[in-house]
Design a protein around this ligand. Structure first.
Ligand SMILES: Nc1ncnc2c1ncn2[C@@H]1O[C@H](COP(=O)(O)OP(=O)(O)OP(=O)(O)O)[C@@H](O)[C@H]1O
Ligand SMILES: [Mg+2]
Length: 352
C-alpha cells in the first residue's frame, strides 16, 4: 500500500499505525516529492531511484491524502489548487488501485458540480443558486430577487472553511451581519482559525467584494437544529458502503468546522431517533454512488431546524481525519488498511 501524504502529521502517523495493526505494508510517497518539481519528471534519487510517480504506483493500492497547506492567503490558494488539480490529473494515469480515484477527489473539490450531481439524483442538499455574483451589488440583487436574505458565500474549490462566509441582510438593506474566519490583512484575504462576527456594513462590503472576486458559490443559509442552545451539524465518514463514524459539531455561530474552536460531540449524545439515523445512512449511500471511484467520503450534513430533515452541505473525498477516532480505536484507517490489503476496492484504475 502506498500513501501519498505529508512526511509527518496526524494523517500519516495514524495511517501508519493502522497499517501496522492490520499487517498491511505501507510506504509513504511524500507530497513534497510531487510538488517540488515538475512531478512527471524523474523523482529525486534518494526518494525513489529512477522512477516516475506513475511507475512507482504501478500495481499498488493507493490512498491520496491532501497536500500540505502552502499558504493562508486565499488569492494564493487558488494557484496551489491549480497545481494540485494538475497532479491529480497525472496520478489518474497510474495503473493501480485507489481508495478514492484522483478523478473522484478532483470532482468533489468542486462544490458547484458536486451539488448539481447530487441534486440531479434527487438527494437532499443545501440549496445552491445558479447565479455567480462577482461583487456585493450583484449579490444583494440576487438575494432580493430570490427573497433570500440569509446566504452562505463559499469559494467554489477551497476546503477547511477557507473563505466561507455566512451573510445576513435586513430586507430594508439597513442592517448587515457577517460571520467568517477570513480577514483582510495587509490588503490580502487571509484564512484564520478564528470565527468573527461583524455588523459594520463598510467592512462587510469590502470583504465580500474581495471574496466574490474569487470563484464563489452562493447558497441558502439553512437554519440548523439546536442541541443545548447551540446549533450543530454532522460530519459523517461513509466508507465501503456503511457509516464508519459520525461526529456532531456544535457551535454558537453558523459555521461549525472543528478547527474554529467549535465543540465535537459524540453523535450518540444527540439522542437522534433511529429513522433519522437510517435516513442519514441512506442519503450517504446514495450520494457516494453518484461518484464512481469513491470508496470513502467525509459528508457534512445538517438537520433542518424543526423538521430535523437531513441535507448534505458538502462532500469531501479526503474528509476522513476524525480526531475522536484516531485517538480512540482508529477504526476508520484500520478498515481502509484492511480493504487496501485485501484487494476489495472496486475502484480499479486501468490507466486508460
Ligand atoms: N448552506 C448552508 N447552510 C447552513 N450552514 C452551512 C451552509 N453551508 C455551509 N455551512 C456551514 O459552514 C461550514 C463550512 O462549509 P463547507 O463545509 O461547505 O466548507 P469547507 O471549506 O468545504 O469545509 P471543510 O472542507 O472543512 O469541510 C459547514 O460545516 C456548515 O457548518
Ligand atoms: Mg465542510
Amino acid at each position: 500500500m502506498i500513501l501519498i501524504g505529508t512526511r509527518e502529521g496526524k494523517r500519516t502517523d495514524y495511517m501508519l499505525k493502522a497499517a501496522a495493526a492490520e499487517n498491511t505494508p505501507l510506504e509513504v510517497l511524500p507530497w513534497e516529492a510531487l510538488q517540488n518539481q515538475p512531478p512527471w519528471e524523474k523523482l529525486p534519487e534518494d526518494l525513489l531511484p529512477g522512477q516516475s510517480p506513475t511507475e512507482r504506483l504501478q500495481g499498488a493500492a493507493v490512498k491520496i491524502d491532501p497536500p500540505p497547506a502552502q499558504t493562508f492567503h486565499l488569492e494564493e490558494m487558488a494557484k496551489s489548487l491549480e497545481a494540485y488539480k494538475n497532479i491529480l490529473e497525472h496520478l489518474a494515469k497510474a495503473e493501480c488501485r485507489f481508495l478514492n480515484t484522483p478523478e473522484s477527489i478532483r470532482l468533489l473539490l468542486d462544490k458547484r458540480r458536486t451539488k448539481h450531481l447530487l441534486g440531479d439524483s434527487g438527494i437532499p442538499v443545501t440549496e445552491i443558486f445558479p447565479e455567480e455574483p462577482s461583487n456585493v451589488e450583484e449579490l444583494l440583487e440576487l438575494m432580493e430577487r430570490r427573497r433570500c436574505y440569509s446566504v452562505f458565500v463559499k469559494p467554489r474549490y477551497f476546503s477547511g472553511a477557507a473563505g466561507v462566509a455566512a451573510f445576513r441582510v435586513h430586507p430594508r438593506r439597513d442592517k448587515f451581519c457577517l460571520y467568517t474566519s477570513c480577514q483582510l490583512k495587509k490588503n490580502q484575504l487571509a484564512n484564520t482559525k478564528k470565527l468573527s462576527r461583524t455588523e459594520n456594513p463598510k467592512e462587510i462590503c469590502h470583504l465580500l467584494d474581495r471574496l466574490l472576486a474569487l470563484d464563489c458559490v452562493v447558497e441558502r443559509w439553512h437554519p440548523k437544529a439546536n442541541f443545548h442552545g447551540k446549533s450543530f451539524d454532522l460530519r459523517v465518514v461513509f466508507q465501503f458502503g456503511h457509516v464508519a463514524f459520525i461526529v456532531a459539531r456544535q457551535s454558537p455561530g453558523p459555521i461549525t468546522n472543528l478547527h474554529l474552536n467549535n465543540q465535537a460531540l459524540p453523535a450518540k449524545s444527540l439522542g437522534l431517533a433511529s429513522p433519522i439515523l437510517d435516513e442519514i445512512e441512506t442519503i450517504c449511500a446514495r450520494a457516494c454512488s453518484v461518484f464512481p471511484g469513491l470508496s470513502m467520503a467525509g459528508i457534512d450534513i445538517l438537520l433542518e431546524r424543526g423538521t430535523l430533515r437531513p441535507r448534505i452541505i458538502e462532500m469531501n473525498g479526503q474528509g476522513d481525519l476524525i480526531y475522536q477516532d484516531i485517538y480512540g480505536e482508529n477504526l476508520i484507517y484500520r478498515e481502509q488498511a484492511r480493504h487496501l490489503r485485501c484487494e476489495e476496492i472496486t475502484s480499479v484504475n486501468d490507466g486508460k
